[in-house]
Design a protein around this ligand. Sequence first.
Ligand code: ZN
Length: 410
Amino acid sequence: MSVLGKYKVIRSATHPEHVFSFEGALFSFSEFFSQNKEYIVFPGFCDVHVHFREPGFSYKETIKSGSLSAARGGYTAVCTMPNLNPTPDSAEHLKMQTDIIERDSVINVYPYATITVNQAGNELSDMAAMANEAIAFSDDGRGVQSDDMMRAAMLKAKSLGKMIVAHCEVNSLLKGGYIHDGEYARANNHRGICSASEYEQIARDIELVKETGCAYHVCHISTKESVELIRQAKNQGVDITCETGPHYLVLDDSDLQEHGRFKMNPPLRSKEDREALIEGILDGTIDMIATDHAPHSAEEKSKGLEKSAFGIVGLETAFPVLYTKLVKTGVITLERLVDLLCINPRKRFGIPLGCDFTVWETDTEFTVDPNEFLSLGKATPFENEKLFGRCVLTVCNGKAVYSNKINNNI
Ligand SMILES: [Zn+2]
């Protein structure tokens, strides 16, 4: 942990002339902060699950726009998922992405490599050739259906000292569903996605982790059964961690509206699931919060719940949502939120914290306006919500990468 500690409250009015020094870099308060306001400085947030869409889908998001969006959300490190074109399933394909990252990213971006060739689940990717460049291996966007394939992947990852990061989803249980198989789906004639499609694959993988000893992390858990399975596995000493998303903690299927901005995979589940996720946050079963920032074009998100693409953006609303709905309401402490957004993901994924910090004005309420997002994706269930927390400044590697004072021309 840096000299900063978990967070620090500063008041510019007391020292308007003060120069803010952080691990060797110097910043003048007066450059960035107004008088008579309170600010909180955090270590740079870290999101292990984002989709920056390059190469292949730059109309949805680019490394540039995605990393600017992350910086505006207080993030200085993210891990990018491999559902790209081409997918990073060989050293050559992965290099296409790392070249763009090197050229365009304003923060630290760590790419995943795929588990299987083209994420098709039939053949292992060239994991050894990508082990140095990849943060871990994942087929995010789809589950690895074959037990044998997942076992082989875990053994390979273990031999390379790498983690398997799993999107758990049993295809045969999906049956064309697109929102949670619950009250809202039944009342409004929608096809549901059952909870078992998620937790059955987690249960399978836990057995494989016990067998292989591979380090394993579960993406975006959404069901109460998933929380319980992971809780039990942790009690048994299994090398497992998991994440959930801000939306699963503060929304459930009773909040659904007939709009694509409420559609993501996994879907918003029931109230009981949401409450179990909160329990998992409180007792440490859930290690970290990741946004699953998944931008699409306005057109792709304009087709209602049934026909819109799966995925919402999250980087620019994560902290305000969690701060407003979990910290201000007393569900968790601010210190715990910093663990979930920064400390724990960095620890588990071995992502260093350099001269990386973010400064927030937390006593200001604002209305979420997706037009202000730096992400190309604008679909969020939090549109028009009134939230507390506005990012004033984000510094990555000693360099200001976002400031609300100078817009984005840093
Ligand atoms: Zn996923």
